[in-house]
Write a protein that binds this ligand. Sequence first.
Ligand code: VOV
Length: 249
Amino acid sequence: MSEAVHTLEGWFVHHDFRTIDWASWKLMSPEDRQAALDEVLSLTAAWRETEEQKQGSSGMFTILGHKADLLFLHFRPTLEELIELEATLNKTKFADVTLPSYSYVSVVELSNYVASDNVDPETDAYIQRRLKPVIPDNKNICFYPMNKRREAGQNWYTLSMEERREMMKSHGLIGRKYAGQVTQVISGSIGLDDWEWGVTLYADDPVTFKKLIYEMRFDEVSAKYSEFGTFLVGNKLSEEALRAYLDVK
Ligand code: VOV
């Protein structure tokens, strides 16, 4: 039996993708639309306060293409908080004109494939920042779920720790070339959702997503052992930008 890698878990994550029923939104009176928007903006004010108290992080994004229109992305210490956030949004007037189009539940994860031994994860500021990631101000987001393969002759989970560590080292070296251009959050979802990990990438130039993911496809761990779900890409939305996005005057 090969050895399971030790993992550290941080904040829970909910990627809450919604599609807007534009016809219903346009049919609402300007007053009702304003009230619906105000309700969402009062939620975003509360999310900002949570972030200031370092108790989580939340962001809104527009998503391009038919898969979704909006993403509400939340990081919180507990699953209960994420459930409450989802229910609170669902109780707003705005939610009446949205449909859930995709969602993903996971928990921020760091593994010790390439960790140094003499670091206490409980007190190390870098590790704590990565386990409790604040959504950055980058313009673009890319999200996709992924698995490691479990096929005859190509099974990640039957490789030795040493083989997996070597491959993860090479993976990390490719990723490091994109330092300053892409920020990645890897969240584990075995037992939480349909795939094994969620990959959330932030960058100012969306082409960087393509370049990084393409380069990784040639690396052994992705080329031989990874499979991917649906890709969603979009832009960070400020409160002002949400107002403009929903404006149908
Ligand atoms: C943006 C750059 C970047 C960098 C620097 C980076 C580095 C690292 C390191 C050092 C480590 C291991 C330790 C840890 O931190 O956990 C990981 C871990 C992981 N990664 Fe990664 N990754 C990146 C980026 C990055 C991408 C773009 C992807 C998607 C793969 C692709 O082909 O589309 C990915 C996946 C993962 C996964 C699923 C894991 C967990 C694997 C497991 O079996 O446990 N990752 N990753």
